[in-house]
Design a protein. Sequence first.
Length: 296
Amino acid sequence: MTKKYSLFLMAASLVMLTACETMTQPAPVEDRSTPLAPTSPKPASEEPAKDKEGYYTVHKGDTLIRIAFDRGLNYRDLAAWNNLANPDDIKVDQVLRLTQPEGVQVAAVPTPPQIEKTPPPPRKSAPKGEKRPYSDAAVADLQKTDERPEKPAQVASAAPVPVPAVAAAVSAEDRDLSWTWPSDGRVVAQFDEGKNKGIDIAGRSGQQVLAAERGKVMYAGSGIRGYGNLVIVKHSNSLLSAYAHNRSILVKEGQEVRRGQAIAEMGDSDTDTVKLHFEIRQQGKPVDPSKFLPNR
């Protein structure tokens, strides 16, 4: 009896253990959700539309002075061309005109000498209206005269003045400029297109900064971030020079300056050391000042 009871207890225990295992196993889950539609790849971001020639779209952080400086223009001209009462009042995505519209006056800038055109030699032609007695021979002679082709010399005299002569005059204007160093001191940073748009000259605070060539002060102020107290001098239609990080400015906008004239005092405005950052720009593009300055 005892053995039968023990076997009964063992069988009951096995049944209970099997039931527990069945209850602890997770029930199968059937996925009845609607399958998601395949997603199409996102289109590549479109490149921003380029500005039309002669126009510029304002971007975040732009100033009218910086836009003009980067294009070799006078910011006051830009303000006049775009009817801006306040040069500081420009907005993102605003489109600015970069060329002078008709009927708008701008600040005077040096102009290249004009080439005098030599008038073409006078055409020579046979006198008309000659009275001759009527005859068959006379009529034949007149017909032969009318059929003669125009002389080559007459065609050549109407040719226009060659364009390269005008371009040569502009280049000669720039070549006539005689540059000098804007300050004494050691060059601590050379021109590097894309990294350093000019050269850096070390010095002491208050040291004189000189105009590298004669010209007209196009800007004097601190409106361009990264340049501190800045002076920009226009030398010709295509060349200007810039003098940055000054302690103080000694000239005013519109003032004519001579080569070697003191225009500022060296300082450390908007930089960490006392130095002069000097640039030469040709049609707004930075160029290596060492190609213009004399050896020393």
